[in-house]
Design a protein around this ligand. Structure first.
Ligand code: FES
Length: 109
């Protein structure tokens, strides 16, 4: 851990662009960390708000992911499903520092 409240997860380069990696966390459960084409990292609970599909196995496009099960589109920044679908995947605070991905390990936001 480099900073209180944040836990190192992996290097950003360990995640393919437009891909994801799943990490098991004691606090947040299975978390999908996404890397977009512009090298932004996002983290969501790896559970689609529709029927629990693994968002980490979806297709990343822009700052969104399409669920592999029934193709809901989930905004990576907000976790919200695109209209007309309704639902929200839980976001986990994430940041990248010196190429290292850090997840919030402290209290829920
Ligand atoms: S479980 Fe994700 S769209 Fe149905």
């Amino acid at each position: 851990m480099r900073t209180a409240g944040w836990t190192e997860v992996c290097r950003l380069d360990d995640i393919p662009r437009q891909g994801a990696r799943v990490v098991a966390t004691p606090k947040h459960g299975q978390v999908a960390i996404f890397r977009t084409l512009d090298d932004t990292a996002f983290a969501l609970e790896d559970r689609c708000p529709h029927k629990g599909g693994p968002l980490s196995q979806g297709i990343v496009h822009g700052h969104a992911v399409t669920c592999p099960l029934h193709s809901w589109v989930i905004d990576l920044g907000s976790g919200e499903a695109a209209a007309p679908d309704k639902g929200c995947a839980r976001r986990i605070p994430v940041r990248v520092e010196d190429g290292i991905v850090l997840l919030a390990s402290g209290a829920q936001p």
